[in-house]
Design a protein. Structure first.
Length: 99
């Protein structure tokens, strides 16, 4: 099942550098968790492999649980941001499905 949602890009400054994410909305996060539970155990850090599209760029990555929001977060790599001419603070439309 493909999930489509709008979300704002945000920056997380980690000790080893900065990472850009979007937060998956609560309802979509719950649906993803249910779908993943049917498939078996999760990967490291509770990650779930996904296929993603923003604009015309498609890639495979994982979503990760975020204890602060109770939702999953999706990392958005620099090449995707450049190809879509977006930066932290911009809203993007995300198309996401379990891989």
């Amino acid at each position: 099942m493909e999930h489509t949602f709008g979300a704002e890009l945000w920056l997380w400054d980690a000790r080893a550098g900065s990472w850009t994410f979007v937060t998956v909305p609560p309802q979509v996060s719950a649906e993803i968790a249910d779908e993943a539970a049917e498939r078996g155990p999760r990967g490291g850090f509770g990650s779930i492999p996904v296929q993603v599209r923003i604009g015309e760029v498609r890639w495979r990555t994982s979503v990760f649980p975020d204890s602060a929001s109770g939702c999953f977060v999706l990392p958005v790599k620099a090449a995707v941001r450049r190809a879509n001419d977006v930066a932290p603070g911009d809203e993007v439309t995300v198309h996401l499905a379990l891989a």
